[in-house]
Ligand binder design. Structure first.
Ligand code: ATP
Length: 505
């Protein structure tokens, strides 16, 4: 664990030092839980967003994309349940004065039990070698079963307390588990209170007339309230989807773990409208489709897992999270929810407007059912960066840090480097640069030795370096160096664009 924490710290400082992510308002000592994307981070984020948009909208004939406002009519948040129920249970430690989410304290406790199970498994795997059967072991080993049962029992009680809003019992659970504050080490807790996560502000210039409105805590409601507009103007037939990406805001009680939990973040959501009774089929379809999307980036399958919800929101009939193995353990990266007709029915009720679809095949009108996929763009950036960050010892004894970002979403695709800053090499390199710029994000660098320039490109994750040397001047060829293998190949200038395009496919 300590090793992972260390790695995580290194990643955060690498992200800052190499221009991926800066703390917000740094010259004013920062603003908690807000981060700015720097030159390479912004490119990475944009590429992930585009990759998502392309696979969700461009590649599906029955999905279209919209871009709705951050501000919306305040009644929308009454209808969606956010005004009354978008709460987190908070608890303060009286000694450290630190605030925590009560459910997160308990989940962290369970994560420690899970780590103990993992340890037992590793120990047994070492002991039994090839004969080891993990499934059999976790189903029969006394100690493992005891830990697993405790996790189950704790989760069951916590979920029941959250569902019934029994905050007194939730506190009792924290006390019984003897959970201490990580800062003060004490068990001196306040009572638990509910805390609404929506940010509010006022619209209107005259204060008496000003209305309280909210900064959207999710992008989904902008899709629900536009459902009929899109269906009619796009002549969409059920089943169809509406996608959007954009900022969302939540006044998170504890914002930590870098860009994993922020107060201002970006979501990529898709609401898929289908006929009642077909939603489970679509739920399974989107579960698979979304996992395939992650794996299509070449991220290791072992870093992903589904976490099916046992406790379902009252409006959902199925829900799962795609969890990613971040440097601090498996955590939610994306949610896939079957939300029934809850949202559209509520908006129908609160707005007084019909939100129904006439199904010509069934010859009836109904409020469609919805399966949604909802992923945090910032969390996806963090997943990609955690997976990419690699420290390597090279054969010559030197070390390098390389960001092995999947080439198709890497911030810059190509760096064009003259071997030396003379003999016409910079001019030739710039000529090549100008040919490649309309096709790929390119960098040009001529300062420092070629070795140091390669290291810099490794550190920002550029998959290809094109080097212009004396042979280029005499024979119109360059070397292409591949980031991960560091292998170099000589190709003709004419071939560069198609060579790179082929590798990025
Ligand atoms: P969590 O349990 O981690 O608070 P959630 O279940 O509230 O997340 P959803 O409401 O399902 O999250 O939001 C969908 C996605 O939006 C999440 O899977 C996550 O990737 C992203 N997300 C949610 N809250 C944040 C946040 N504060 N910062 C960054 N991303 C977030």
């Amino acid at each position: 664990m300590a090793n992972h924490e260390e790695q995580f710290k290194k990643l955060v400082s690498h992200a800052k030092e190499y221009g991926f992510i800066f703390p917000s308002s740094e010259i004013y000592d920062g603003l908690a839980a807000v981060y700015d994307y720097a030159q390479y981070g912004a490119e990475l984020k944009k590429n992930i967003r585009d990759y998502w948009w392309k696979s969700m909208v461009q590649m599906h004939e029955n999905i279209v994309g919209i871009d709705s406002g951050i501000f919306m009519h305040p009644t929308i948040w009454k209808a969606s349940g956010h005004v009354d129920a978008f709460n987190d249970p908070m608890i303060d430690n009286k000694d450290s004065k630190k605030r925590y989410r009560a459910d997160v304290l308990i989940e962290d406790y369970c994560a420690k039990l899970e780590a103990k199970i993992e340890k037992e498994v590793e120990k047994a795997a070492r002991k039994y070698g090839e004969a080891f059967n993990k499934e059999e072991f976790v189903n029969t080993n006394g100690r493992v079963l005891e830990y697993a049962n405790r996790i189950k029992e704790i989760s069951r009680r916590m979920n029941h307390d959250l569902e019934t809003n029994d905050l007194a019992d939730l506190k009792k659970l924290i006390e019984e588990l003897e959970i201490v504050c990580p800062i003060s080490g004490s068990r001196n807790w306040t009572d638990i209170r509910q805390f609404n996560l929506m940010f509010s502000t006022k619209v209107g210039s005259v204060s008496e007339e000003a209305n309280t409105i909210y900064l959207r805590p999710e992008t989904a409601q902008g899709i629900f309230v536009n459902f009929l507009n899109v269906q009619k103007t796009g002549r969409m037939k059920i089943p169809f989807g509406i996608a959007q990406t954009g900022k969302a805001f939540r006044n998170e009680i504890v914002a930590r773990q870098f860009i994993f939990r922020m107060r201002e973040f970006e979501q990529m959501e898709m609401q898929f409208f289908c006929a009642p009774g077909t939603e489970m089929e679509w739920f399974e379809y989107w579960k698979k489709e979304r996992m395939d999307w992650h794996l299509s980036l070449g991220m290791p399958a072992g870093n992903y897992r589904f976490h099916d919800h046992e406790k379902l929101a009252h409006y959902a009939n199925a829900a799962t999270d795609i969890e990613f193995n971040f440097m601090f353990g498996f955590k939610e990266l994306e949610g896939i929810h079957s939300r029934t007709d809850y949202d559209l029915s509520r908006h129908q009720e609160f707005s007084g407007k019909k939100l129904q679809y006439f199904d010509t095949e069934r010859n009836e009108s109904y409020v469609p059912y919805v399966v949604e996929t909802s992923i945090g763009l910032d969390r996806m950036c963090l997943a990609v960066m955690s997976n990419a960050y690699t420290e390597e010892k090279l054969e010559d004894g030197s070390e390098r840090v390389v960001m092995k970002i999947p080439a198709k979403i890497a911030p810059y695709k190509v760096a064009v480097l003259p071997l030396v800053k003379k003999d016409g090499m910079p001019e030739k390199a710039r000529e090549i640069l100008h040919c490649l710029q309309p096709l790929f994000m390119c960098q040009y660098e001529e300062k420092d030795t070629i070795g140091r320039r390669y290291r810099r490109q490794d550190a920002i994750g550029t998959p290809f370096c094109i080097t212009v040397d004396t042979d280029t001047l005499s024979g119109d060829t360059v070397t292409v160096r591949e980031r991960d293998t560091m292998a170099q190949e000589r190709i003709s200038i004419k071939e560069i664009a198609s060579y790179i395009a082929e590798k990025l496919k």
